[in-house]
Design a binder for this molecule. Structure first.
Ligand SMILES: Nc1ncnc2c1ncn2[C@@H]1O[C@H](COP(=O)(O)OP(=O)(O)OP(=O)(O)O)[C@@H](O)[C@H]1O
Ligand SMILES: [Mg+2]
Length: 141
């Protein structure tokens, strides 16, 4: 199964829509709750980052027998220093983002914790977050 979601920058009302649909899909398949939880936690953080830090983009969700693969692509302005951005508490979020409850600087570190594989590539033309969640023997608990 493959699904694709458009993610609109600055739209706080629609923010989280892709993650909600992913959650609904995984729940309807009766996958274990702890698995659903870690996929959704990461997908929500990645989606919100596209909403608040980028000019917009899209996500793809792929469900295979033994894994879920999430990809988030946006069209810039990119992450200047990925190592710094991955640190807990680092954030460039605006005052408005903070007012909306974002900007603790925990999104990327939480994604890293939740996913089995996380690859971040970024340049001024865009950021790509690639996440894999394994099920079965290699699964995180
Ligand atoms: N898609 C993106 N495009 C551009 N910059 C990004 C993107 N995602 C993350 N960043 C940069 O990395 C920083 C850290 O991201 P992270 O998700 O960890 O924290 P946050 O979004 O600032 O706060 P929180 O996720 O806790 O609400 C962001 O503040 C931003 O500078
Ligand atoms: Mg974030």
């Amino acid at each position: 199964m493959v699904k694709e979601y458009q993610i609109i920058a600055r739209n706080y009302d629609l923010a989280g829509r892709a993650s909600s649909d992913i959650k609904r899909t995984l729940k309807s398949l009766e996958l274990p709750w702890h698995f659903v939880k870690r996929v959704c936690a990461a997908s929500y953080e990645a989606e919100i980052n596209v909403v608040i830090h980028s000019v917009g983009g899209y996500a793809t969700f792929e469900l295979k027998d033994d894994q879920v693969i999430l990809d988030f692509f946006d069209d810039g302005p990119g992450i200047e220093n990925i190592d710094l951005a991955m640190m807990e508490g680092y954030s460039t979020a605006s005052e408005l983002d903070h007012a909306n409850g974002f900007g603790a600087g925990m999104g990327l570190p939480n994604m890293k914790r939740s996913a089995d594989v996380m690859e971040v590539t970024s340049d001024p033309l865009g950021t790509h977050i690639h996440l894999i969640f394994y099920r079965g023997p290699y699964e995180k608990s």
